[in-house]
Design a protein around this ligand. Structure first.
Ligand code: FAD
Ligand code: 8R5
Length: 456
């Protein structure tokens, strides 16, 4: 094979970010090759993890719109209007995420989404190579070695520049780290998760409210459930690794059943294969990955989970990865040389990735411990009232993260200011009637400038 031309990219990983970036760059006239260790999901059926649904929010949708993928993806999406909070006594209460049905998140099928994006990438002219696992990189001769886990054997492929879209366990990251210290650090959360399934009702419909993200908050742990378009729900139990209850104390399917009967009794009749699911499905680990550097010269750059894997509690991992793709594609097309484009991309995205990583960790405490707490609910009421009194100025935290495209770091900073304001003005007060509105309004006006959305 000849040395590839410039304006050429070799993308590692045909997952969510790899497939989207391939589409964007091939459309811009670049020569794009994508190497994926798994088989083509369009041929054999999806081999990915069993977790089939993901929450898509505005940041992700915006990126899909740029790639003309939004319509195809949204055809199978299930609207989630808010949190359906399940109390221990079985009561359910919907807490809306936004003002109306224009501010909602969407549950989408990971396999279908991946297939849609792969089709688009191919139509745009990207070449997709399956069963090609990146094994090693020779940065001096600019060759990457790929192993074929299906047929056996391996081959060396020349490259101009590599993009690591190969997920949290990135092989490209390991190869880059061997070449230059990336300052890699992984922080494991002392909690893990297990997935279980709720099948459709006897009549074939949804057995619970479909248009919500269900949460069973229980203090130090929680269950959630997201709807699938095939009328099932995927339930995820998040539990500490140590203590009681924990993955150390709940070991067998029978232990899990006992835990559910005690703490999630309304969910028990909905999960007929609870014990089998528990024993069959692997326990998932949760971690945050921090890097000081995302690129090595003009030769390689990381994005998505490979650069900044995060805990799932804000439902933003994919959304953030899609924003990365749009950003990298923009910098590459601006005509800068490859190294300048990688550096500008990293400078733009790294602070924002860090911000959503931190907010994701914080949202675990909110979901598992606060959503049924009266202080939190009063602060939430005040938040909504202030949104109405000061449109564009006081914007709720969840709205900035999920329904806007302002940089995550800006959302984080404003949320911090707002959180303190909400705490100050609700202290010792039982309901909104006790609020000193003049004082709150003055505080809002002095501490929160009007917010411009990050529309491009
Ligand atoms: P991936 O989608 O993981 O893709 C990586 C690809 O690289 C894979 O196809 C893999 O096979 C391939 N690969 C790996 N190693 C190699 C190699 N050596 N050579 C070649 N190919 C390789 N995010 C949200 O925004 N909302 C959610 O609701 C949400 N829910 C989630 C639920 C679960 C159970 C999990 C695990 C994650 C969830 N996320 C969610 C996070 C989201 O899945 C990730 O942030 C997103 O997939 C990152 O995209 P990526 O392309 O960087 O990585
Ligand atoms: N990821 C999500 C949210 C925020 C919901 C809220 C939370 C499961 C492994 Cl835990 C979680 C959210 O604040 O009310 N939006 O989308 C997705 C989440 O977990 C996903 C399904 C998950 C990794 C297991």
């Amino acid at each position: 094979m000849n040395t590839p031309a410039p304006r050429s990219l070799t993308i590692i990983g045909a997952g969510l970010a790899g497939a989207l970036l391939a589409t964007l760059m091939a459309r811009a006239g670049w020569q794009v090759d994508v190497f994926e260790k798994r088989g083509d999901p369009r041929v054999k059926g999806y081999e990915g993890g069993r977790s089939i649904n993901l929450a898509l929010a505005e940041r992700g949708r915006h990126a899909l719109r740029i790639a003309d993928a939004d319509d195809a993806v949204m055809r199978q999406a299930v609207m989630m209007r808010g949190r359906m909070v399940h109390s221990l006594d079985g009561r359910q209460q919907l807490q809306r995420y936004g003002r109306d049905d224009s501010e909602v998140i969407w549950s989408i099928h990971r396999g279908d989404l991946n297939i849609t994006l792969l089709d688009l990438a191919q139509q745009a002219g990207a070449r997709l190579h399956f069963h090609q696992r990146l094994e090693s990189v020779d940065f001096d001769t600019r060759h990457a070695r790929f192993a074929d886990d299906d047929q056996g054997g391996s081959r060396d492929i020349p490259f101009v520049a590599l993009v690591g879209a190969d997920g949290a366990g990135s092989s490209l990251r390991a190869a880059m780290q061997a070449r230059q210290d990336l300052g890699e650090r992984t922080e494991f959360l002392d909690h893990a998760y297990k997935e279980l399934e709720i099948p459709p009702a006897r009549d074939g419909g949804f057995i619970m409210e479909p248009h919500a993200l269900h949460i069973w908050p229980r203090g130090h742990y929680m269950c959630i459930a997201l709807p699938n378009d095939e009328r099932t729900f995927t339930v995820t139990l998040f539990l500490p690794n140590q203590g009681d209850p924990s993955f150390a104390s709940v070991r067998s399917g029978a232990d899990a059943m006992a835990l559910f009967q005690r703490d999630f009794p309304d969910a028990v009749p909905l999960i007929p294969a609870l014990e089998q699911d528990w024993e069959r499905n692997p326990t998932g680990v949760l971690a945050t990955l921090y890097l000081d550097r995302w690129h090595v010269g003009a030769q390689a750059v990381l994005l998505g989970d490979a650069a900044h894997a995060m805990v799932p509690f804000h439902g933003q991992g994919m959304n953030c990865a899609f924003e990365d793709c749009v950003s990298l594609a923009r910098h590459l097309q601006q005509g800068e040389d490859m190294e300048a484009a990688f550096a500008a991309f990293e400078a733009e995205r790294k602070p924002n990735a860090l911000a959503i990583q931190e907010m994701a960790l914080e949202n675990y405490v909110e979901m598992r411990d606060k959503v049924d707490d009266s202080t939190f609910l009063l602060q939430r009421e005040l938040e909504l009232a202030l949104q109405q009194r000061h449109p564009g100025r006081f914007v709720p935290h969840y709205t900035m993260v999920s329904f806007m495209r302002i940089p995550y770091a800006m959302a984080q900073h404003r949320s911090e200011v707002q959180r303190h304001l909400l705490m100050r003005h609700t202290r010792g007060i039982a309901d909104l009637a006790g609020i000193d509105w003049a004082a709150v309004d003055a505080d809002v006006l002095s501490s929160l400038p009007v917010l411009e959305d990050g529309a491009e």
